[in-house]
Design a binder for this molecule. Structure first.
Ligand code: SAH
Length: 634
């Protein structure tokens, strides 16, 4: 997504930099009327942090069309309001304004009527269902009718699922919207015409103000003589569709024989409308049964027929709506695709489509720190990463603390000690191209998941080297296949910091970490106890303030009492000690004690213990370690 953020004042510039947390690839530029015309063509999202009047005056001469104009969002310098000014629906300005407001904790200002009235908007519904809007000028009128009547009447012969506020009608004459590939929904189907005629009346009556939405479900098979110009091919296609009451806007793609793929006229016609061409070999075409054959075509191409079998193959063996028609130098046949997919070249949606593909191509792991517990202490950037992830992986207790952010997401959770399983799962999913958020409480790089993710990726790298050797040697071995799968895609990792227990607990206690400190985990699950003792001893001797994580590892009381014993060898029994349980959570408990009495208080696995240095003092039941300002102040 291309985003440009424009500012005038220093304060706006600071806000622009903050927004880079939401749009890391955004370009931040100083506003000047001269820079806007270039950006207008280049960028899909323009965010202005300035007065709306300046923006309105600047962009007025550039505004053309809601299908192509970029999204324009205006923000006040305080970041309190994100105004969706232009291209709210198709351009995405409403979506951007909402994103920005939620990121900054402000309010999105949305004025499009369907949003205000909580109704589906016709243009977005069309976009999401890959329907082509035939007459854009009718969209606001249909929207107004929708809002005034509280419902829309829709005629469709496609089986598409309609939103609740759309009422289905079987009479095209009563419909506001018509979803069909029939050029004219009023014409009788061929079977009902006298004598089964296929010619439709040219001037069937239409009610004024009805909007046609076209499903892209037609495949046009084309055969042509060498050198047939694009105009002639287009004329043949349009003529055939008209004659059979089918809409040109419903064309999904073209199909032909492989030797015609570089035929200039055909390529130019496809290019003009952004149609993809599916090409088949003569063998493939000849395998299609029940096709009328032509000796001339066989002589020229090796295929008994082109247009009909190519259209049938490309449509996934769909219905043949129009059998082969020979018009001048071209032959045209039309089929209806089985199933519908959204991916299609052209049609103004290129950027979105290619973005989807890009996301699939490489996996992403966000290793997210969610802070000590409450939602307010998770950074907006981390919240956004969780929103962007397809799958959330974490330890039950931490996921529980952030459940409001997880609505509707796929979640993989395990017990606390199964962190290898969790990280392994993350790497596997990212190998499949997924975006995964691995959740750690506090900061993900402090006694948490970030290191393990990198260790596994390092192993995976080694595996991918091994894979190359293995595939050379034992291409078929099951192991080689497993490794190929596991090591197949590139994975990017982003570590997103969080407020660690040391920050949260220190804040609750006052300012105990003002001077050099050592952080020591008393857990001997992954570290030998002798090493932990050695570090306790060294830190105590060097008069570091100490923060003890995992003070009751596996419920073992002796760890914390042994730590106390070691520290007491170097520090007075009156040294202030802060004990914080569940900092920034609903059950938070803060205790100030001292080194000799600290064990009289409840210390468990949700607790961190801060031990002051020889200068740490208590004041007003707060624990403060001086930095040395007392000498400066005198
Ligand atoms: N990554 C985490 C630490 C994980 S180790 C972080 O940066 O905070 C788990 C230990 O952290 C717990 O045993 C406890 O000692 C400490 N801890 C985590 N959250 C805490 C909180 N809200 N209050 C007090 N201690 C906490």
């Amino acid at each position: 997504m291309s985003v440009v953020i424009l500012y005038i004042t220093d304060r706006a510039c600071t806000l622009a930099q903050r927004l880079k947390g939401l749009y890391p690839d955004a370009k931040v530029a100083k506003f000047g009327p001269g820079v806007i015309p270039g950006l207008w063509e280049e960028s899909r999202n323009l965010i202005f942090i300035m007065a709306a009047g300046i923006v309105a005056r600047t962009i007025a001469p550039l505004i053309k069309d809601k299908k192509t104009d970029p999204a324009v969002i205006v923000l006040d310098e305080g970041g309190r309001f994100a105004v969706s000014l232009l291209s709210g629906h198709i351009g995405g300005a409403n979506e951007r304004a909402r994103e920005i407001a939620s990121f900054l904790g402000g309010e999105a200002v949305i004025t499009t009527a369907s949003d205000v009235n909580n109704m589906p908007s016709v243009d977005l519904w069309a976009r999401d269902n890959d329907l082509v809007i035939e007459e854009w000028a009718l969209v606001p009128k249909i929207g107004a009718r929708f809002i005034n009547n509280g419902a829309l009447r829709v005629y469709t012969d496609t089986g598409i699922k309609l939103p609740d506020a759309f009422l289905k009608t079987s009479d095209p004459g009563l419909a506001d919207l018509l979803v069909t590939n029939k050029k004219d929904a009023y014409s009788a189907p061929a079977a009902c015409m006298p004598g089964g005629a296929t010619q439709y009346p040219a001037s069937a009556c239409r009610v004024k103000g009805q909007l046609y939405l076209r499903p892209r479900d037609l495949v046009v098979g084309i055969g042509c003589n060498s050198g047939t110009p694009a105009d002639e091919i287009e004329g043949a296609v349009r003529g055939t569709l008209d004659k059979h009451n089918l809409s040109f806007s419903s064309i999904h793609s073209l199909a032909t024989i492989d030797i015609k793929i570089s035929e200039q006229g055909l390529a130019a016609f496809a290019e003009k409308y952004g149609f993809e061409i599916a090409a088949f070999t003569s063998d493939e075409l000849n395998r299609v049964k029940g096709i009328s054959k032509s000796k001339v075509v066989f002589k020229a191409t090796g295929a008994h027929a082109v247009a009909e079998p190519a259209a049938l193959l490309a449509s996934g063996n769909g219905d043949l709506l129009v059998p082969k028609q020979k018009i001048g130098n071209a032959t045209v046949a039309v089929t209806k695709r089985l199933g519908r997919t959204k991916e299609r070249k052209g049609g103004g949606m290129k950027e979105n489509d290619s973005k989807k593909r890009e996301l699939k191509a490489s996996g992403k792991i966000y290793v997210v720190g969610t802070g000590p517990g409450s939602i307010e202490h998770i950074t907006p950037y981390a919240q956004n990463a969780i929103r962007k992830a397809d799958i959330i992986i974490g330890y039950d207790t931490y996921l529980d603390l952030i459940k409001e952010l997880l609505g509707g997401k796929e979640v993989f959770s395990t017990g606390m000690t199964r962190e290898i399983d969790r990280c392994q799962k993350a790497v596997e999913l990212a190998s499949e191209g997924k975006t995964v958020a691995v959740i750690s409480g506090g900061d993900p790089g402090i006694y948490a998941m970030a290191g393990l993710v990198f260790e596994l990726l390092k192993d995976r790298n080694a595996l991918s080297v091994k894979r190359d050797e293995l595939t050379e040697k034992a291409n078929e071995s099951l192991d080689a296949l497993r490794i190929t799968h596991y090591a197949s895609r590139p994975i990017t990792v982003e570590v997103i910091p969080g407020i660690s227990a040391l920050n949260a607990c220190a804040a609750r206690l006052g300012a105990p970490l003002m001077h050099d400190f050592a952080s020591i985990s008393l857990s001997d699950r992954l570290t030998p106890w002798e090493l932990i003792e050695k570090r306790l001893e060294a830190a105590a001797r060097a008069d570091f303030v100490m923060i003890l994580y995992n003070p009751k590892s596996r419920g073992r009381v002796e760890h914390i009492s042994r730590a106390q014993e070691i520290i007491l060898k170097h520090r007075s029994g009156n040294t202030p000690v802060g004990i914080v349980k569940g900092a920034m959570r609903a059950d938070e408990r803060v205790v100030i004690s001292n080194l000799k009495d600290m064990l009289d208080h409840d210390i468990d696995m949700q607790t961190a213990v801060i031990i002051g240095n020889s200068k740490t003092f208590l004041w007003n039941n707060l624990m403060i370690t001086p930095r040395g300002y007392e000498n400066k102040r005198q």
